[in-house]
Design a protein around this ligand. Structure first.
Ligand code: SF4
Length: 474
């Protein structure tokens, strides 16, 4: 089994899609690395990219072409200033040239050099091949696969060995929920404590804290920015941003100038059930509106589902525990990350492989278990909460209208967050020893359902809402 860190499951990136934007962006960077290692980089005269299968079918709506160009230009998706995206892409489009890794100028005609192929490569639905011509006329090519959550792999899996070695050094190697529970029981530790020990075998505690703090800062910022930005989302569907109005109506006349003051202001509002529903929805919508406008979000475990985990954490901070601090955030993210990794090992977090159950379903399950730990649930209750959240997402299809990560995606995050809170509450009031469906069984069921699902419902925009609703109706 390969190691999966919390920092693999939760990573800072750019919207709108982890598999169709972040993955191809990272793949382009990996290709440049590969060319440099082989001393071929300086010899390049021409380049092109072939996108296959789901990457091609929903690539335009998911900004795959933009991501590939930014990756080829050598920009880092974590630090690249998103306000510069338009300028960089306009330059390539108007000059018909691209500065490979910011160093080597090559001719580049986006319409001809990024080729959208309807055919699927055998290894994975999200395939792409980068091609280069060298000065001596020889051709080089390399294929990558974006397997969900921003992860990229090659068919020959050269990095597999390193990941296997890292897994072997974990004090608590975990593949399944049952193993996680056994460690918690034997060590008398919570889920987050067990996960922290594993993370410490990869990096220092300071680095872990620093990394998790950065992740939370981006999560909070995406909620704050989304809740204070009005207008229409890009892409042609004319979707109105709703978090702005929701926040305005809920917060009333409170005055604040930054995210921390905003949290304090929310804590001072009177909240009944309806307001709680609206606040949680507002937080989730805010993140995914930022995501849909190519903003910076945390992939958790994907970009399409990036709103669920932050929304549930902020719910805890403003509704359940006004004294919540970074220690709570840390526990929450560690637990959520581990649950996500168990899904990745036993099933998939790629919508192109498993539909939306693999995105919103997994994020809801991660958030449910993590919230349960903060609410004082036992490890058994945490996994029960995760199981309940996924059980009621089983079979959910991926059918984004016009290939954009907007409808149904944005609202689905609100639904996933609310379902996570409900699943947590039910688990807290239950005896997990009486649960009929353990987490591992629901993961196996999700995977079987994924395999049975037709490709129409796996991020191809060839079924469901994507064909019932015409872009001209929007
Ligand atoms: S429908 Fe779900 S899986 Fe598909 S793009 Fe939207 S959020 Fe992602």
């Amino acid at each position: 089994m390969e190691s999966i860190s919390v920092f693999d499951m939760l990573s800072i990136g750019v919207g709108p899609s982890s598999s169709h934007t972040l993955g191809p962006w990272r793949a382009a960077l990996r290709w440049i690395e590969e060319l440099k290692e082989k001393n071929q980089f300086d010899e390049i005269t021409e380049i092109s990219v072939d996108l296959y299968g789901s990457l091609s079918l929903t690539g335009k709506g998911h900004a795959t072409d933009i991501a590939v160009m930014l990756g080829l230009s050598g920009f880092d998706p974590v630090t690249f200033p998103i306000e510069n995206i338009e300028k960089e892409i306009d330059f390539i489009n108007s000059e018909n040239k691209l500065k490979l890794n910011g160093e080597l100028e090559v001719p580049f005609f986006p319409k001809q050099n990024i080729i959208f192929n309807r055919k699927f490569l055998e290894f994975h639905p999200n395939g792409m091949t980068f091609k280069a011509t060298l000065k001596d006329g020889s051709k080089k090519s390399s294929s990558f696969y974006s397997i969900g959550g921003g992860f990229t792999v090659k068919k020959e899996r050269k990095r597999k060995k390193i990941k296997l070695a890292k897994f072997a050094q974990f004090p608590f190697p975990i593949e399944k929920g049952t193993e996680l529970l056994a460690y918690c029981k034997a060590e008398r530790k919570s889920i987050s404590e067990i996960v922290l020990e594993n993370e410490k075998s990869l990096r220092s505690e300071d680095e872990i804290n620093d990394g998790l703090k950065k992740i939370w800062d981006v999560m909070l910022d995406s909620m704050y920015v989304g809740a204070h930005t009005k207008g229409t989302l890009p892409g042609g569907l004319n979707v109105t941003r709703r978090a702005f109005e929701m926040n305005k109506n809920l917060i009333g006349d409170s005055k604040y100038t930054n995210a921390d003051e905003w949290i304090a202001a929310i804590r001072n509002t009177e909240v009944k059930f309806r307001q709680i529903l609206k606040w949680v929805s507002c937080f989730a919508l805010a993140v995914n509106e930022v995501n849909a406008s190519l903003g910076r979000v945390v992939t958790a475990p994907t970009n399409g589902s990036a709103g669920v985990i932050p929304a549930v954490m902020l719910y805890y901070m403003v509704i359940e525990n006004h004294d919540a601090n970074f220690e709570d955030v840390r526990k929450f993210l560690l637990t959520a990350g581990e649950i996500g990794s168990i899904f990745k090992k036993g099933a998939t977090i790629s919508a192109a492989m498993g539909g939306c159950q693999a995105e919103i379903g997994v994020s809801s399950s991660m958030a449910a278990g993590a919230l349960c730990e903060l609410m004082g649930g036992t490890p058994e209750q945490c996994l029960m909460a995760s199981e309940i959240a996924m059980e009621h997402h089983l079979g959910m299809t991926c059918d984004p209208i016009a290939g954009l990560v907007q409808i149904p995606c944005i609202e689905r995050n609100a639904m996933g967050a609310i379902k996570a809170i409900n699943a947590c509450e039910m688990a807290l009031d239950s005896d997990p020893s009486k649960a009929k469906v353990p987490l591992d069984k629901v993961i196996a069921t999700m995977w079987e359902t994924a395999k049975d699902m037709t490709s129409k419902y796996k991020e191809t925009s060839e079924g469901g809402l994507a064909v019932q609703v015409n872009i001209s109706d929007c």
